[in-house]
Structure formats: C-alpha cells, structure tokens
Design a protein around this ligand. Structure first.
Ligand code: IPM
Ligand code: MG
Length: 353
C-alpha cells in the first residue's frame, strides 16, 4: 500500500515520541512492503511561535489531503498566557472539527507487565482491565455557542439526533468486536441533551441485539470506574463527559504513557495520538515514553488502513519489549531495564523482526 501521512509533532516531547513512531512505521513498511510517506506540519505552540496562530490553514489543508494524521502532543506553559482563541489547544479542536473527527476511541488497558502501577487494589483488576471509551468529539459543549460579558459567561451543550446516532453506531460496532457490552453515560436526570442521547442510543440498540446495553449517570459512572472497573467493556459518552471519564479510566491503569487514541469519522481517515500531554519538563532529553504513540500507530494500521496483521505484529512487538524488561522512567520499577525514548523505539523495531 502507498500511504501518505500528515505528521504533526507539536510541542514538548511531541517531536521525540513521533520520531520513534515514524521509525517503527518505516520498519513495518520494509517488512510488509508498504510505502509510507510523511509531510511534517506545524500545530500548537510550535505553530504559534512560527506563524502566530495555533492551527495554520496550510496544516489543516495538508491534513485533509493526507490519508491520516499522526500527532504528538501540543501545548505547554510557554503559551499559557496567550489569548484563549490562540491557545495551543485550539489546534486540537480545529483539527477535530475541521476534519470532522466525531468519534474518539480511548482504550484504557492494563498491561500485565505493568500491573503493579495500577493504583486500585489488585483484586479489583484481577485478570486485567480493558475498557474502551468512545467519546463524541465534535459536538456538545466544546463546540456550542459561548459568550462572556463582564459579569456573566455561558457555554451551551447541544446535540442533534444525527450526531448521537452516528457515534452510537460506531460504539455498537466496536462492542460487537469486543465483549458485547456497552454502557452509555449521560446525565439524563438533569440534561435535555442527555435525554435525547439516551433515547437515541436505545433506538440504535435495536439493530444490535447481541450487545447488552445499560445506561449510567455520569457521576455514578465516575464512581463505578474506581469501584468495579471490570464491569465495563465499551463506554459511550458525549464530548465533555468523555474528556473526564477517559482521564479517569487512563489513571486507573497507572500507565498513562502507554495509552493511544484514535479520532475517526465515517470513512477510513483518522487522527492518531497518545492520550498523554506534551511533558515540556522532559522535552528533548530522550526520556519520554514513545509507546503510547507507537501504539497509536497500531490503531492507525488497524482502523484506517485495515492492516490487521501489521497492527497485531506491532502490538506483539510492544508486548515483547515489555516482557524483555525495557522501561522508560515513567514505567520503571526496580529490576527492570531503564531506557530512553530512542532505545525504546529501537527495542520495538528489533522485536518486529
Ligand atoms: C483531551 C484534552 C483536550 C480536550 C484539550 C487539550 C482541548 O484534554 O484531548 O482530552 O479537552 O479534549
Ligand atoms: Mg482531556
């Protein structure tokens, strides 16, 4: 396959981790006979510094013309004081909205080699933990009308039935390929958008008799995630609830440096990025963990290009790398082999053979 990728390293450790992901992709190309080409683009703080805006038109345009986007991380304290419409985060929202990426997949997995990092009592995660958060990404309060006067401010949450339907369909499809359980999270005791959400999910559910559906209020879901996380398979929720619950879900794995994400739409195009931030304190020091970005590449191979064997091989290579004891500082424990960003990338490449 010939695949042209937009690569957005971004800020902080973004360039460090993306470099390793690209290296791994190149090796996969060699082994399986694919031709990956890359166009490096500016976004986030790096774009503010060079062009004055967080998401230059050229970046969005080039991303649209690519087959998929690989992104490192954006933001950092350096740009904390810029006006809100110029913040690095705007780049993310602009890419999500501009590319129409309404479906955000955030798997929260506990790697057996890293089980000790889980902050929950071990009997709560006995046998592993594997939750897929499906977050609606281009609607709700993030994209609603907002305003501000001297003494008042508002943000609005709105959803159309169509917006709920399309994300629900994605979540049901994913549940079918997993353990067939879907929990839809809302605040239907309070919010009108949630009542539409719930009714729509129930309607979509009729086409998926093999999926068991339940509904939870978001406050209860937040509690259940730490009380009994194994009850969850797929969590389907709206934009802001998904923002919050996906952070919580990632924290209970204890290894945020390991978790990838995919942002999708109805065709095969996607944007792939680690869920962690830009960690400016360790940028450029060969310390960051590249595995979340490398695992995001595996999601890209799987979801955008339907290259299952390649994705499986890459995930197995990461698994083997962990088995061999390679650990960057964030996941290091006594007796393991402490390594840097590049050595970790190299270990994965070696394990691909
Ligand atoms: C995320 C982040 C973003 C969000 C921010 C940086 C805009 O927290 O991807 O979860 O709120 O969606
Ligand atoms: Mg977030």
């Amino acid at each position: 396959m010939r695949i042209s990728l937009a690569v957005i390293p971004g800020d902080g450790i973004g360039p460090d981790i993306v470099a390793q992901a690209v290296r791994v992709l190149d090796r996969i190309g060699e082994i399986y006979g694919h031709d990956f080409s890359y166009r490096t683009l500016l976004a986030g703080g790096a774009a503010i510094d060079r062009t004055g805006v967080p998401l230059p038109d050229e970046t969005l345009q080039a991303a649209k013309e690519s087959d998929s986007v690989l992104l490192g991380a954006v933001g950092g304290p350096k740009w904390d004081d810029v006006p809100s419409h110029l913040r690095p985060e705007k780049a993310l929202l602009g890419l999500r909205g501009g590319l129409g990426l309404f479906c955000n997949l955030r798997p929260a997995m506990l790697y057996r080699q890293l089980a000790d990092a889980c902050p929950l009592r071990s009997e709560l995660v006995e046998g592993g933990l594997d939750v897929m958060v499906v977050r609606e990404l281009t609607g709700g309060i993030y994209f609603g009308k907002r305003g501000r006067t001297d003494d008042e401010a508002y943000d609005t949450m709105s959803y159309t039935k169509g917006e709920v339907e399309r994300i629900a369909v994605k979540a049901f499809e994913i549940a079918m390929k997993r353990n067939g359980r879907l929990t839809s999270v809302d605040k239907a005791n309070i919010l009108e958008t949630s009542r539409l959400w719930r009714a729509t999910v129930d309607e979509v559910a009729k086409a998926y008799p093999d999926v068991t559906v339940n509904h939870l209020y978001v406050d209860n879901a937040a509690m259940q995630l730490v009380r009994n996380p194994k009850q969850f398979d797929v969590i389907l929720t709206e934009n802001m609830f998904g923002d919050i619950l996906s952070d919580e879900a990632s924290m209970i794995t204890g290894s945020i440096g390991m978790l990838p994400s995919a942002s999708l739409r109805s065709d095969s195009f996607g944007m792939y990025e680690p869920i962690h931030g830009s960690a400016p304190d360790i940028a450029g020091q060969d310390k960051a963990n590249p595995l979340a970005t490398i695992l995001s590449v595996a999601m890209m191979l799987r979801y955008s290009f339907d290259l299952k064997a390649e994705a499986d091989a890459l995930e197995m290579a990461v698994d083997r790398t962990l088995d061999q004891g390679w650990r960057t500082a964030d996941i290091f424990t006594e007796g393991m082999r402490l390594c840097g960003t590049k050595a970790m990338g190299q270990a994965v490449v070696d394990n691909l053979e």
